[in-house]
Write a protein that binds this ligand. Structure first.
Ligand code: PDD
Length: 284
């Protein structure tokens, strides 16, 4: 389940073993770049437009000009899939940095961004999807512009590591008790048949699956309320779930020492999972 051999770098395709990584690279030295993770089902990108749009929004927010149009980039990514003869479930990792230049905080002049993308196989985790996962709560120690999908993920990495050390899948982050999102996913609370989640402000990543969840909820006549909930509300929740490109719509059945309702995935969560599977043309 490794990386497929052909990777995209700048506008070219090459074998992954031939990529030369300069050590003076702004992504490495400053985290000066943006990225996307796009889910692949049976060799097709899921929520492709949404991810490409967000990549350009993130790039613009850090004043990084990508050297080609959205259409050109999409064509390159489609070609990457074809060249790898990829027809399974997987993910694309795509990264754009401010390029290679002698280390200086100020933007380098006349330097092209380094862009690379590669594909990996990633089977769906049906066990997690069917049974749910556990989470911990942690303080959200990130900066003010979490809507930018930037490479600066140290607080996310530390929170996720703590989750893992506590035998949990995710860390639910909060600012002064208000839940924002998880370390690498969005999070939702269900109460009396309504879905509550943090509004799409600067304090969370505007997830592509989050957008899809809102669409599914509307189609299913379930109220989708962009009103943040608190850590205290979690104990009173009927259901809790998270979403991301790699996790899909995933039930959370326990948070810290609190078991959510009966410790089983809830009704609304299951309806959204079914809508997701339909939208992504999946069969369990
Ligand atoms: N993470 N919030 C954060 C902080 C994330 O890192 C992610 C995605 C999401 C969900 O976004 P989307 O629905 O567009 O995948 C929310 C990716 C998968 C990652 O970093 O691996």
């Amino acid at each position: 389940m490794g990386v497929y051999p052909i990777i995209l770098t700048q506008s070219k395709f090459m074998h992954r073993d031939h990529l030369k990584y300069p050590f003076e690279e702004r992504g490495l030295q400053f985290g000066d770049g943006v990225y996307e993770v796009i889910r692949i089902y049976q060799g097709e990108y899921y929520l492709f437009e949404e991810h490409i749009d967000r990549l350009y929004r993130s790039a613009e927010a850090i004043k990084l000009t990508l050297p080609y149009s959205k259409e050109e980039l999409k064509d390159l990514l489609l070609e990457l899939m074809t060249r790898n003869k990829m027809n399974k479930d997987g993910k694309l990792y795509l990264q754009a940095t401010r390029g290679s230049a002698p280390r200086d905080h100020i933007f380098p002049k006349g330097v092209l961004p380094n862009i690379y993308g590669y594909i990996q196989e990633l089977p769906r985790n049906l066990n997690n999807l069917n049974n749910g996962v556990k989470a911990i709560t942690r303080r959200d120690a990130r900066w003010e512009n979490c809507y930018i999908k930037s490479l600066n993920l140290l607080p996310n990495v530390l929170a996720k590591q703590e989750a893992s050390e506590n035998d949990c899948y995710e860390a639910i982050l909060h600012k002064d008790g208000t839940v924002t999102e998880c370390s690498s996913s969005n999070v939702y609370l269900v109460k009396n048949g309504k879905i509550f989640t943090h509004p799409a402000t600067n304090n969370i990543l505007h997830g592509c699956v989050r957008m899809a969840v809102e669409r599914f909820a509307t189609d299913l006549n379930i109220e989708f309320i962009e009103d943040a909930f608190s850590v205290e509300d979690i104990a009173k929740a009927d259901e809790l779930f998270l979403s991301s490109s790699t996790s899909e719509v995933l039930p959370i059945i326990q948070v810290d020492h609190t078991i959510i309702t009966d410790g089983k995935p809830g009704k609304v969560t299951k309806m959204l999972q079914a809508a997701y599977e339909q939208d992504a043309k999946l069969t369990k």
